[in-house]
Design a protein around this ligand. Structure first.
Ligand code: NAD
Length: 476
């Protein structure tokens, strides 16, 4: 078992003040993996003080200096690709393709931020006012376990591009991945305090970041419940908040869609990242008169997905991150059965031969009503609910009948119709007739999927605030 007992504060690897340890197992095998010493409130305070001290120099640095910093961070992460992939496979169990994608996206986020910075207008003339976009100060970056590297790097890249320093509080469940990433980021040779990384529990280290008056902004990715607690806490010191929360995204198959082509994409959307994805399309809306076709194809496609060893390139679904997450998925499968949904494939328990790890059986339910818990609550596992509709209007109504609004997917043979439906769905992003990856497009949700946007110009501006100066040419 590997012991992880260092935090990264003020450019140094330090022993935590916190004395609590947590142990974690390899999710694929159940074998003990790590023993992690966690940061506490005092560690958070030290990290915040370091970030505060580093802020004047970073915020006063030139665009070119920050572009150079971002390039160095990019190169450092890129060079460590192999180590990063290995740690994520062991600790998280994401299938190889997902893991490789996450690692590459993490490195690329620094390159994307550098490009944005190169072309960004920090000063604009609005009427007689000169409006300057200024950084906020110390940013608290709080991230979940389901794509640890890309959340940390995506947020850090934008903070640095804006001129803000950072205190990063990754999930306690990603400590080994974070340790590898921290080592790489350190090699980029940034001035001490520009970024600090403190792995600890949310209710201790995380809560201190939310409470502390020297933190100006929180960028959080995680569950809606914690996001609400953070928003409530942040208002005390009027911190700016960006919240990227959960989802229960609809995939709308219109009746003129080619179901044979659309279904593999719809199933991929439902099972991205082993289903542990906020943007998963977990409600499949199909026209009633083509329901039988949809059920047959969805069941066949889901059954084809290989579950198992994340190192096997053929694997599409790895283990759930923890025993707790495994139990959560089981709970919802049971609930679906109790609520009267029709089980097409999958169900409770572990797939045969995979009893040691946190593996689940990819599951499709049909005959789901949008009022059922499996249609309303985020499961965070490979469980798809098929819901039928009669008309296009009803499809849109069901798609929008949710507390969330993060993502949507629309498939149709008529692109104008697909776009019409896409425009009526309340979601931060809609994919039409395919699956895409556009790092410049804003990412974030309506309603209880969050507040604000990340990525691209919108993401950069979430770390900036306008300051208007009038009379800047006036002498007295
Ligand atoms: P979580 O909300 O439990 O934890 C996320 C982070 O917040 C962790 O670092 C945790 O330690 C910290 N935290 C917990 N309580 C805190 C508090 N009181 N104050 C400050 N920090 C606190 O989420 P999770 O279980 O790690 O991740 C899964 C959830 O994340 C899912 O609900 C999923 O939908 C969501 N998610 C959203 C997106 C998105 O971009 N919208 C992306 C990925 C995951």
């Amino acid at each position: 078992m590997k012991t992880i007992d260092h935090l990264y504060i003020n450019g140094e690897f330090v022993t935590p003040h916190g004395s609590e340890f947590m142990e974690f197992a390899n999710p694929s095998t159940g074998a003990p993996l790590t023993r992690v010493r966690l940061a506490d409130e005092t560690d958070a305070q030290r990290a915040i003080a370091a970030a505060k001290a580093a802020y004047p120099a970073l915020s006063g640095s030139s665009r070119e200096q920050r572009m150079d910093t971002l390039q160095r961070l990019h190169d450092a992460v890129r060079e460590g690709e192999h180590e990063l992939i290995e740690a994520m496979l062991d600790e998280y169990g994401g299938p190889l393709a997902t893991t490789t994608g996450t690692v590459r996206r993490a490195a690329a986020s620094f390159a994307v931020a550098k490009e944005l910075l190169a072309g960004y207008d920090f000063v604009r003339q609005l009427g007689s006012a000169r409006v300057q976009m200024v950084p906020l100060g110390v940013a608290g970056l709080v991230t979940p376990w389901n794509a640890n590297y890309s959340f940390i790097c995506g947020k850090l890249a934008m903070a640095i591009a804006s001129g803000s320093t950072a205190v990063i509080k990754p999930s306690e469940m990603s400590a080994m991945q974070t340790a590898v990433l921290t080592g790489l980021l350190h090699r980029a040779g940034l001035p001490p305090g520009v970024f600090n990384i403190i792995t600890g529990r949310g209710d201790t280290a995380g809560a201190e970041i939310v409470r502390h008056p020297d933190v100006a902004k929180i960028s959080f990715t995680g569950s809606t419940a914690v996001g609400k607690a953070i928003a409530r806490g942040a208002v005390e010191t009027m911190k700016r908040v960006t919240l990227e929360l959960g989802g229960k995204s609809p995939t709308v198959l219109l009746d003129d869609a080619n179901f044979e082509k659309a279904m593999p994409l719809a199933i991929a959307a439902a099972t991205f990242n082993s289903g542990q994805a906020c943007l998963a399309g977990t409600r499949l809306l199909v026209p009633l008169h083509r329901l039988d076709d949809a059920k047959r194809l969805a069941a066949a496609e889901m059954s084809r997905l290989k579950v198992g060893d994340p190192r096997d390139p053929a694997t599409r679904i790895g283990p759930m991150v923890s025993r707790r997450q495994w139990e959560r998925v089981q709970h919802y499968i049971r609930l679906g059965l109790e609520e009267g949904a029709e089980l097409l494939v999958g169900g409770e328990g572990k797939p045969q031969g995979l009893e040691a790890g946190n593996f689940v059986r990819p599951t499709v339910f049909a005959n789901v009503h949008n009022g059922m818990a499996i249609a309303r609550e985020e499961i965070f596992g490979p469980v798809l609910s098929i819901i039928s509709y009669r008309t296009e209007e009803e499809a849109v109504q069901i798609a929008n009948d949710t507390d969330y609004g993060l993502h949507a997917y629309v498939f149709s043979g008529d692109v104008a119709r697909a776009n019409r439906v896409a425009s009526q769905i309340v979601a931060g992003r809609v994919f039409v007739n395919g699956l895409y990856d556009e790092p410049l497009a804003p990412f974030g949700g309506f309603r209880q999927s969050g507040l604000g946007r990340e990525f691209g110009i919108h993401g950069l501006e979430a770390y900036l605030e306008p300051k208007a100066i009038m009379g800047y040419e006036t002498t007295l």
